[in-house]
Design a binder for this molecule. Structure first.
Ligand code: HEM
Length: 156
C-alpha cells in the first residue's frame, strides 16, 4: 500500500483540510481511494505511512501542529524534516523510552544519527513516518564529531 498526498501541501490546501489518496502498489488494478482526511486542528488524524512511500509524498505538517501534538499524548519526533510518530514505538525503543520522551515534538536529527545508521532508519524509522515539515529547530547545537586532531604516532 502506498500514499499519494500532494493535496495536503500548503499550496494545494483548500479549506484547511486535505485528502490522502490511498494507492495500492501491490494491487495495480485497484483504483485509488480517498481513505481519510487529515485535519490540521487534530494531530491524531495523521496516520503512519508504509515503507515504500517516498518522503516527497508525505503530507506537510505545520510546525504549530507538531507543537500541539505534544499536548495530546502523541510522541512525535522530527528527524531531517520528517515527522515520526513514536507514540507506541517508545515502549519498544532499545535505547529506552526516556531519551525519546525528552525530544517530544522536537528536532533530534543529529542525535539520531549519532546512535543509528541507515539500517535502523529503514527498518524501524520508515514505518513511523507521518509527514514532513520545516522550521522545527534542534534545541542543542551539534558538537563536532572529532574534538581536535592528535598525532597518531611519534612523540606526543
Ligand atoms: C524514529 C526514531 C528512532 C528509532 C526508529 C530508533 C530505533 C532504534 C533502534 C532500532 C535501536 C537498536 C540499535 C541496535 O541495537 O543496533 C536503537 C537504539 C538506541 N537509540 Fe534509538 N531510535 C530512534 C530515536 C532515537 C533518538 C532520538 C535517540 C536520542 C539520542 C536514540 C537513542 C538511542 C540509543 C542511545 C540507543 C542504544 C544504542 C546502543 O545500545 O548502542 N534513538 N534505536
Amino acid at each position: 500500500m502506498g500514499w499519494i498526498n500532494r493535496g495536503s501541501r500548503p499550496e494545494n490546501r483548500e479549506n484547511n483540510l486535505s485528502t490522502t489518496v490511498n494507492y495500492c502498489k501491490e494491487d495495480t488494478d485497484a483504483s485509488p481511494t480517498v481513505s481519510f482526511v487529515e485535519d490540521p486542528s487534530d494531530p491524531r488524524s495523521y496516520q503512519k505511512t508504509c515503507k515504500n512511500t517516498k518522503n516527497e509524498d508525505l503530507p506537510y505538517i505545520e510546525p504549530s501542529v507538531i507543537i500541539a501534538a505534544r499536548d495530546t499524548g502523541l510522541l512525535w519526533l522530527v528527524i531531517d524534516n520528517i515527522v515520526y510518530d513514536c507514540t507506541e514505538f517508545v515502549h519498544d525503543h532499545p535505547g529506552g523510552s526516556q531519551v525519546l520522551e525528552s525530544f517530544r515534538s522536537s528536532n533530534c536529527s543529529w542525535q539520531f544519527w549519532r546512535f543509528h545508521g541507515m539500517k535502523d532508519m529503514i527498518e524501524f524509522g520508515l514505518p513511523l513516518r507521518i509527514g514532513c515539515t520545516s522550521g522545527i529547530q534542534n534545541k542543542f547545537k551539534e558538537p563536532p564529531w572529532f574534538v581536535g586532531l592528535r598525532k597518531l604516532w611519534g612523540p606526543e
